[in-house]
Design a protein around this ligand. Structure first.
Ligand code: 5RP
Length: 219
């Protein structure tokens, strides 16, 4: 099976976590695109979705799925999103698609984070994939130096602005042994909007696409 077929498999499998006629939080990326397409096939449509990016909003609307603002919703039963890496405890690196800030905002509303990945995203420890960090532009040079002091090489992602209008750093060469401590530390550096380590908002369930089928991990 191709990587895209594995993504489609878990995109469809995530439907079992969506309450019929209820609300759902929707992430961003190529795996989530499959989930959105699968949502549109439900016999009993969802009442609406809270979206984490302009791209997902556009795709949801093309399918006729109502999109609600996060502020209009107090709680969501479930948030479904992909990841760039996921470790054995459900900690993730996210933001490869530049949507990390809104993804954290919507994930925080949800009772349950269902992560959908192909098997290539499973890692023993985070850091192999460069950690995305959304930043305020004027702080970027200082932040590059702060990551260097941790042993990381931070590079501006060329030509990319987030949906919030900010640039992104991608931090290479980190080994993140304690994702919670790393997220807490980097979050309080002035000029950091969001760090793409999801420890506070880690996955509760991960659906892993493999050639043998979907493997379900519960954390
Ligand atoms: C977007 C993300 C995505 O979930 C992550 O990049 C995985 O994307 P894909 O499903 O395309 O492999 O965090 O900001």
């Amino acid at each position: 099976m191709t990587q895209d077929e594995l993504k489609a498999l878990v995109g469809r499998a995530a439907l079992q976590y969506v309450p019929p006629g209820g609300l759902v939080g929707v992430g961003t990326g190529s795996t989530v695109n499959h989930f959105i397409d699968a949502l549109a096939t439900l016999p009993r449509p969802v009442a609406g979705a809270v979206s984490s990016s302009e791209a997902s909003t556009a795709r949801l609307r093309r399918h006729g799925i109502p999109v609600l603002e996060p502020g209009a919703v107090e709680r969501l039963p479930v948030y479904v999103d992909g990841a760039d890496e996921i470790d054995p405890r459900g900690f993730m690196t996210k933001g490869g698609g530049a949507a990390l800030t809104r993804e954290k905002i919507v994930a925080e509303l949800a009772e349950r984070f269902v992560c959908i990945v192909d098997q290539s995203k499973q890692v023993p420890a985070l850091g192999g994939y460069p950690v995305p960090v959304e930043v305020i532009e004027m702080a970027a040079p200082r932040l590059v130096r702060r990551f260097a002091a941790l042993g990381g090489q931070a590079r501006l992602r060329p030509g990319v602005r987030t949906d919030n209008g900010h640039p992104l750093l991608d931090v290479h060469g980190l080994v993140i042994e304690d994702p919670s401590a790393f997220e807490r530390e980097v979050n309080q550096w002035p000029g950091v909007v969001t760090v793409g380590i999801f420890a506070q908002q880690r996955a509760h369930v991960c659906l892993v696409g493999t050639p043998e089928g979907v493997r379900t991990l519960v954390f």
